[in-house]
Design a binder for this molecule. Structure first.
Ligand code: AMP
Length: 302
């Protein structure tokens, strides 16, 4: 039941057609941990600067996320500034300030080195590799990345991909990574880079999962109130990995269920800025939305 995540802890400034938020809690490891905490015990490894507001950690603490691996480093917290226009599937990055992540060298506490499930959230692939060098035995390793690293650290990213079981990225990133516009062909090319499973997130249209045997399609939930898509991908990954960490095995059936739980978590997260919707979310609400997902695409052949 133990799940380790290494990723960014951020102060995000985000503008969408529905409003804006300045310096709010964000970061890949934050969205992931809060989502996964509904299913499993989560250990977070990351870094914040001396300017990080103390109150921002209370939600993580309330959700039982173990923060022993969160370093407080000299310098400023990682900051990301982005915008969504009417295409809510695509974030436009205005600023990325790595700050404490420039010198961050993840140190995995001895107690977590035998974690069964590991998620390498969106951070520098060189840091992802250094985490892989430190963990001793895992049942499942998944990772995320983004165009920033595909364009800036491709060789390190390819090394990471050789060592992970599951890659979770969005469709634009999959096309860019594979240098192939057709998504099915791009998926085949990425599976050849190492991961046994590729999950392609398609924003409001859902997600596709590819492995060497099959393709699975999860719908997007048709929400009427979307306010901020930031963190949808990490929230998806948190629900997905949290569910897998709780499950008894990693059968194809369980993997499909985990994709739907991840999709349900992401569908809640986009209803508000930062992690605000996850703050009030309850487990019965998650179960109800998972049932709605089933109804959404279930049909019988006569
Ligand atoms: P997503 O789930 O893709 O919407 O991820 C959004 C989160 O990623 C935001 O909260 C950002 O703080 C974080 N982020 C943006 N750029 C980077 C980066 N280059 N490295 C790590 N985290 C990032």
């Amino acid at each position: 039941m133990s799940l380790l995540v290494v990723g960014s802890v951020a102060l995000d400034s985000v503008k969408t057609p529905f409003g804006e938020a300045e310096e709010v809690l964000g970061g890949s490891a934050v969205y992931f941990s809060v989502a996964a905490s509904f299913f499993s015990q989560v250990h977070l490894v990351g870094a914040v600067g001396v300017d990080f507001p103390k109150g921002h950690l209370s939600l993580l603490q309330e959700r039982g996320v173990d923060l022993a691996g969160l370093e407080k480093a000299e310098g400023e917290t990682f900051r990301w500034k982005g915008e969504y226009t009417h295409n809510l599937n695509e974030a436009i990055t205005h600023e990325t300030h790595l700050n404490v992540f420039e010198d961050f060298r993840p140190r995995i506490p001895t107690a977590y080195q035998h974690c069964r499930h590991l998620f390498l959230a969106n951070i520098d692939p060189e840091l992802q590799l250094s985490v892989l060098d430190q963990v001793k035995s895992t049942d499942l390793v998944a990772c995320d990345t983004m165009n920033y690293w595909i364009e800036g650290k491709l060789e390190a990213l390819k090394e990471t991909l050789k060592r992970v079981d599951i890659l979770i990225i969005n469709d634009g990133e999959a096309r860019e990574l594979a240098q192939e516009p057709n998504i099915a062909r791009a998926a085949r090319a990425i599976l050849a880079m190492g991961p046994k499973t590729l999950i392609v997130k398609q924003g409001e249209y859902g997600a596709l999962s590819f492995d060497h045997e099959a393709v699975f399609s999860a719908p997007g939930y048709p929400l009427e109130d979307i306010r901020d898509p930031t963190g949808a991908g990490d929230t998806f990954a948190g629900g997905f990995m949290g569910y897998l960490a709780k499950a008894a095995n990693l059968s194809p059936l369980i993997l499909r269920q985990a994709i739907i739980y991840g999709s349900a978590m992401a569908s809640f997260n986009v209803e508000a800025f930062s992690v605000d919707r996850l703050k009030t979310l309850t487990y019965p609400e998650i179960e109800e939305r998972v049932k709605a997902f089933k109804l959404l695409s279930h049909f019988d052949i006569p």
